[in-house]
Design a protein around this ligand. Structure first.
Ligand code: NAP
Length: 477
């Protein structure tokens, strides 16, 4: 048995018939997890549907306390949860700790917001009649989450759903079920009823997605993952007109204008690109640098990227872990090779790394242009593609030339330009002079093919609430 803190995931282990979960840094099996079949979902949904009414009937304060307790337990088991996250996702331990803090912040935030799902009264159009708008829980919800933020993706969806009185059934990625199961275990310990929050690991993603989207009792599907799968789920969910939230892929531009603080921009671009070995939906995908700063920027950035320590995430020194699968590694390799064949230049990296079978060296490419595959695809690896631009207009045009619209970044010291560019960028999120923008207090989400809906902030709860308009007549005039 590996270092897996089994006391947190014991209810999900199945060493006989379960599916193996491997550590991407070593290829070793961490443990085997219970593998749910799509045919088992109906029974889970029936139980959730039966239990959710009692959960919704509790006062908001009771649900708030349970979520707060869940948060406290995450903090208490911070090291164990970070270890599980590193073992199955490969990310360095310090990043896993940071992710746990971020994940826990959603339980804390929505424990507070649980008490603020306000409805409204609207000034009436006639005497003797009152107009009420109630906010009511959507019902039993289902969600599918990816492996790259295996803790956060669970809490960012489950916490708002549970806060307002919904039931939530989730299928985590088959690569990272233990992070989700550990959070489920802690939720039970915190007093969240077993049937209103269920984690169902499965290797049958397609079958689970189909039943989640077509089951008539499930009222909402929430998905984080690739745009291709998001489109498939939206089509399937149409059959029962389900509510849908979609957090999909991105192709983030990171623009360094000629008046930028170079040092700050290099620092920001390091975080935006190399966090989680580049496997982040909001990760920098195209690094646009003004021609006057270009050479100096590339020199500084390449020096920083080359100095990153690549290795097993369990080693406290590691800054870049493995890619999640060999397939992911091959995709990154193909994109880099393709860019070089199409005329890009290698500033550093450009090959696998000898830390292990699934490691790729931090890479910087220059001379990338919009017509190259690497500028059009989500790279999802530790590869920065640098493009040169002449003026603001050109930078904006390049930045917006994509079907995606999740995160964008730019660096400038000019306030007027900042206001102009915030308005011009067709993205759900814009970071100005910052390389990291995720926080539980702000609405996270994209436009165009990057998704529908927002997570986090007070808006995150609306995703799990229906509005009911009541006209109350017969009142004294
Ligand atoms: P993915 O292939 O779409 O997988 C995401 C989830 O969908 C996993 O649980 C996966 O299960 C499941 N899945 C796969 N095929 C399915 C199907 N036919 N029907 C239903 N579910 C299916 O995405 P990924 O490559 O693992 O994750 C990275 C993607 O997520 C990137 O595009 C990234 O930008 C996006 N992402 C977006 C956000 C955001 O907030 N916008 C955040 C993080 C990641 P298995 O893993 O078990 O196969």
């Amino acid at each position: 048995m590996s270092q897996l803190p089994t006391f947190l995931v014991a209810h999900g282990l199945d060493e006989e018939g379960g599916m193996p979960v491997t550590n991407p840094a070593t290829g070793e099996v961490i443990a085997k997890v219970r593998n749910y079949a799509a045919s088992e979902v109906d029974a889970v949904v029936q139980k959730a549907e039966a239990a959710r009414h009692g959960w919704a009937a509790q006062t908001a304060k009771v649900r708030s306390s349970a979520l707060r307790h869940w948060f406290d337990l995450m903090v208490k088991y911070r090291e164990e949860l970070a270890l599980i996250c590193t073992l199955e996702s490969g990310k360095p331990l310090y990043e896993a700790r940071g992710e746990l803090d971020y994940a826990a912040s959603f339980a804390e935030w929505f424990s507070e917001e649980a008490k603020r799902a306000y409805g409204e009264t609207i000034p009436s159009f006639a005497t003797g009649k009152e107009i009420l708008v109630r906010k009511e829980p959507v019902g039993t919800c289902a969600a599918i989450t990816p492996w790259n933020f295996p803790l956060t993706m669970i809490t960012r969806k489950a916490a708002p759903a549970l806060a307002v009185g919904c039931a939530m059934i989730m299928k985590p990625s088959e690569a990272t079920p233990f992070s989700a199961l550990a959070l489920e275990h802690l939720a039970r310990e915190a007093g969240i009823p077993e049937d209103v929050f269920r984690i169902l690991p499965s290797e049958d993603a397609r079958g689970m997605g189909e039943i989640f989207c077509t089951h008539p009792t499930i009222r909402k599907i929430s998905f984080t993952g690739s745009t291709a799968i998001g489109k498939l789920l939206l089509t399937q969910a149409g059959s029962t007109v389900k509510r849908a939230s979609m957090e999909l892929g991105g192709n983030a531009p990171f623009i360094v204008f000629d008046d930028a603080d170079m040092e700050a921009a290099v620092e920001g671009a390091m975080i935006a690109k190399f966090r989680n070995a580049g496997q982040a939906c909001i990760g920098l995908n195209r690094l646009l640098v003004h021609k006057d700063l270009h050479d100096e920027f590339v020199e500084q950035y390449t020096a920083r990227a080359s100095a990153l320590k690549v290795g097993n995430g369990l080693d406290e020194e590691s800054q870049i872990g493995p890619l999640i699968t060999d397939k992911a590694l091959q995709k990154v390799e193909a994109l880099v090779d393709g860019a070089l064949a199409q005329g890009a230049t290698l500033a550093c990296g450009g090959s696998r790394h000898n830390a292990g079978a699934q490691f790729y060296a931090p890479t910087v490419l220059t001379g990338v242009t919009q017509d190259m595959d690497i500028a059009r695809s989500e790279i999802f690896g530790p590869v920065a593609s640098v493009m040169r631009f002449d003026d603001e207009e050109e930078a904006i045009a390049i930045a917006n030339d994509t079907n995606y619209g999740l995160a964008s970044y730019f660096y400038t010291r000019d306030l007027a330009r900042a206001a102009r560019v915030i308005g011009a960028l067709e993205y759900g999120m814009v970071a100005v002079n910052e390389g990291l923008l995720g926080t539980e207090v702000a609405p996270f989400g994209g436009i165009k093919e990057s998704g529908l809906g927002r997570e986090g902030s007070r808006h995150g709860m609306d995703e799990y609430l229906e509005m009911k308009y009541a006209l109350v007549g017969g009142l004294p005039g």
